[in-house]
Ligand binder design. Structure first.
Ligand code: APR
Length: 273
């Protein structure tokens, strides 16, 4: 008998290998081993600076009231996570890429704005809270790479906020602030994935922010007709999903250690089949 975690990793590998449409949901916990702090863990950004969280809750209101002022502040003060451009994916991100390449994972839905899943090579990716590397038109929803706008010149020439070249709407950062609607394309596709998945692998999220935290419940509490998905949590600590029995089992520990082991087990099962 292996350790409890080892046995659960083998169980998860079997669930993934036997799945028809497994998806992964991720949160800040999968990026901490890349050096990016999470929000609510022991050394999380909100844990260490509750005032920063209170400010974050007011950000979208301020944007709606005064988009130019919001942009000025945005361009002159560092974001809560600092400059994310220099971080690299870790073994947890790459493990999800390998599962996708093995055909054992069909989609990744992430809350993270750090762009590390994209950098690691995940192909079917839904950035539920957007990406800090992109901008988005608040009217037509078009997305742009940040460098498509000369933001410093717009600030110098007092021409903020940026405007969409397609519809003239006001452009903001793609990152979705508290209280801001999830962009409709991502919201719709995420719900579709949650409805059709038969396995959901939830990695590194405290599962307390909505509407993202509804996705596991959608996968679990289906109508009588559809079979509930198998919900697997990989997290450093139990979450409300664990406590409420939404997840079938929790593999407690670090994603950077657990997920690569899971890939090895899936490969082993594939080799035997
Ligand atoms: N391996 C596994 N779990 C980890 C690791 C790790 N290496 N590091 C941290 N964790 C766990 C923490 O214990 C915590 O339960 O990951 C979880 C991270 O939770 P949060 O910090 O709340 O991050 P997240 O769930 O992604 O937050 C959701 O809140 O502030 C908003 O928009 C922001 O997208 C974010 C949302």
């Amino acid at each position: 008998m292996g350790s409890p975690a080892e046995d659960l990793i083998k169980k998860a590998a079997r669930d993934l290998a036997n799945s028809h449409h497994a998806i992964a949901l991720t949160g800040a916990g999968i990026s901490t081993e890349s050096g990016i702090p999470d929000f609510r863990g022991p050394s999380g950004v909100w844990t260490k600076n509750p005032e920063a969280e209170r400010r974050a809750y007011r950000s979208y209101e301020r944007f709606l009231e005064d988009p130019a002022g919001w942009w000025e502040e945005r361009l002159t003060s560092p974001g809560v996570l600092g400059d994310l451009g220099s971080f690299q994916p870790n073994r947890g991100h790459y493990a999800l890429v390998e599962l996708e390449q093995l055909g054992a994972l069909k989609c990744v839905i992430t809350q993270n704005v750090d762009g590390l899943h994209e950098k690691a090579g995940t192909r079917n990716l839904l950035e539920y809270h957007g990406s800090t590397l992109k901008l988005r038109c608040t009217s037509c929803g078009s997305r742009f790479r940040r460098e498509e706008f000369d933001l410093d010149r717009l600030m110098r020439d007092k021409q903020l906020p940026p405007h969409c070249g397609r519809c003239g709407g006001i452009v903001k950062t793609d990152g979705v602030a508290f209280g801001e609607p999830i962009p409709s394309d991502v919201a719709r596709r995420s719900l579709e994935e949650a409805r059709k998945c038969d396995v959901m692998l939830i990695c590194g999220t405290s599962a307390v922010v909505y509407p993202f935290a509804n996705l596991p419940r959608t996968a679990k509490q289906r109508g009588a007709a559809a079979v509930a998905a198998t919900i697997i949590e990989v997290n450093a600590e139990p979450t409300p999903l664990t406590q409420e029995g939404i997840s079938d089992y929790l593999i407690q520990g670090k994603t950077g250690q657990i997920l690569p082991r899971m890939v090895e087990e899936v490969k082993g099962l594939r080799a035997k089949s």
